[in-house]
Design a protein around this ligand. Structure first.
Ligand code: GLC
Length: 545
């Protein structure tokens, strides 16, 4: 009892986004309610009980706004409108109410770097050189010989500059030409986007995940990006990764913008600002901002980007812990709608180990929908690819469709996602790999995720507790989470072969609370612990201080 009260009191000193678990929904693929093959808001509402049962605290929705869907909603034509595919504003209000009724939080995607080329702002901007909105976007003359303003490339392949015949200038687009970049040096743009934020915050949403935060400001002189060191690039390739985007991203002035966004967020109680940022750790942590007045959580994508290799992961965790600013809150992400699914990247067997890591490292975890049932990347035949990234670079196999397929709910037709053929196909085994089949199966991934989430809630040490690395070798990593009298030892075998946990300095005794092998639960673990391949253990230590 005392423990429970103490626990409640320590949690109350932390904000919900520090001890909670975030769950990302890709709305097109979660649940279809009107049988058009695309997920929607009423569909999400109908699945909130599932999310509550799973135990997640917060739902983040990828964009549901008005959009021509050139980039599936990341090209917005009205920041304050809901796309009819997803439903109406009433549906949104209902969703927000239902999320809150369940004691959960709702985050929206904010896409401030670019709009759709169909957004009225851009239509005005491109109408003439002296239109008042001309400077809302990044327009530039060609170089003397009429060539491109510089060598910047689009993330989706090809040049990042598009010629406009009417006004005889180029405009910049970091992504598709249908996604012109806003000019964030213009105070009117800043004001307009702050008002978009206020519109949704006034409705009561709990915060934003800010799309491509590190792209928002570009070099004022538009200098050329240098080639990526050592890349065997061919100037005709036009492949983004062949250059280092030192001038087109992560400019010092971006921090003023982030600070501005944070100030708006802080006009409201307990809202959170999350930034999507793909940068090395030492740069990533600068997005916490001076005096922690930047993003609350600059998304930490190391588990998505690093090779699944014990020494590298152990080092990265420690580097991250060491680089965090004082009072900067950590976070971890294992999957999202842009990257291969964890179960495909590290394999089915390692997926539980990865989940154990995500949910026991210090910091806010974000779960990508479907990872909790071990959904894998679905092979999408070439002629069914719809993702522009995949279509633009057909030889690179970089389509994001495979990790955006419909949620597998049941063995029913279309896995219970829709009565209609879904917008992306399901895997052949969806009759077997689904929520219904796993719900009451204690050996399933879903049960594992649910137990882990519950344990995090029950033990402060596991969510807000301190982190201490213990031992790592070529195969495994291990660490302790502790708070008050409680200590937990987590040992993760990242290899397929048996491994020995044999730290030199300390010895440990405890009870296995949870493991990737259900049979281990309740067993006593002592000193040298032998782990099977792909095994992970969560041990409550008894030889505590
Ligand atoms: C972000 C989104 C991605 C989108 C891109 C352009 O990286 O996560 O899905 O394509 O921004 O908006």
């Amino acid at each position: 009892m005392e423990q429970v009260i103490a626990q409640a009191s320590v949690l109350s000193q932390h904000l919900w986004w520090q001890h909670g678990v975030i769950y990302q929904i890709y709305p097109r693929s979660f649940q279809d309610s009107n049988d058009d093959g695309v997920g929607d808001l009423p569909g999400i509402i109908s699945r909130l009980d599932y999310l509550q049962w799973l135990g997640v605290d917060c739902v983040w929705l990828s964009p549901v706004f008005s959009s021509p869907m050139a980039d599936f909603g990341y090209d917005i034509s009205d920041y304050q409108g809901i796309h009819p595919l997803f439903g109406t504003m009433d549906d949104f209000d209902e969703l927000l109410k239902e999320v809150h009724n369940r004691g959960m939080k709702l985050l929206l995607d904010l896409v401030p770097n670019h709009t759709s080329d169909q957004h009225p702002w851009f239509l005005e901007s491109k109408s003439s050189r002296d239109n008042p909105k001309r400077d809302w976007y990044i327009w530039h003359d060609g170089k003397n010989d009429g060539g491109l303003p510089n060598n910047w490339l689009s993330v989706f392949g090809g040049h990042a500059w598009e010629w406009d015949d009417t006004t005889q200038q180029y405009y910049y687009h970091a992504f598709l030409k249908e996604q012109p970049d806003l000019n964030w040096r213009n105070p009117e743009v800043q004001e307009a986007m702050m008002n978009v934020m206020r519109f949704w915050l006034d409705k009561g949403i709990d915060g934003f995940r800010v799309d491509v935060m590190w792209h928002m400001i570009k070099d004022a002189q538009l200098r050329d990006n240098p080639p990526f060191p050592g890349s065997t690039y061919d100037a005709n390739d036009l492949i983004y990764d062949h250059y280092t985007p030192v001038y087109s991203t992560d400019q010092p002035e971006v921090h003023d913008i982030v600070r501005m966004m944070r100030a708006v967020t802080d006009e409201y109680d307990e809202r959170v600002l999350i930034g999507e940022i793909y940068l090395p750790i030492h740069k990533l942590v600068t997005y916490y901002g001076q005096d922690n007045k930047g993003a609350h959580l600059p998304f930490n994508f190391q588990l998505l980007t690093l090779p699944w290799d014990a020494p590298q992961i152990a080092m990265a965790i420690d580097e991250y812990e060491g680089a965090l600013p004082e009072n900067g809150w950590p976070n971890w992400v294992l999957g999202n709608h842009d990257k291969p699914r964890i179960s495909s990247r590290v394999g089915r067997a390692q997926a539980k180990v990865a989940a154990l890591m995500l949910l026991t490292l210090r910091g806010t975890p974000t779960i990508y929908y479907g990872d909790e049932i071990g959904m894998r990347d679905v092979p999408i035949p070439m002629n069914e690819i719809v993702d522009p990234q995949g279509l633009n670079m057909p030889d690179l196999n970089v389509s994001r469709d495979p990790s955006r397929t419909p949620m597998q709910w049941s063995s029913d037709i279309n896995a219970g996602f829709s009565g209609h053929k879904p917008w992306l196909r399901l895997p052949i085994n969806s009759g077997r790999v689904n929520v219904d089949r796993q719900k009451d199966n204690e050996y399933s991934k879903l049960s594992f995720y649910r137990k882990l989430i519950r344990l995090r809630k029950e033990h402060a040490a596991l969510n807000i507790g301190d982190y201490r690395p213990i031992y790592a070798d070529q195969q495994l990593i291990s660490y302790i989470r502790e708070w008050g009298d409680e200590q937990f030892l987590i040992i993760l075998n990242l290899s397929h072969r048996p491994a020995y946990f044999k730290p030199r300095q300390e010895s440990f005794t405890g009870t296995i609370l949870l493991g990737t092998e259900v049979e281990r639960i309740g067993m006593i673990a002592e000193d040298i612990i032998t782990l099977g391949g792909d095994e992970g253990l969560l041990i409550q230590l008894s030889n505590t201080k």
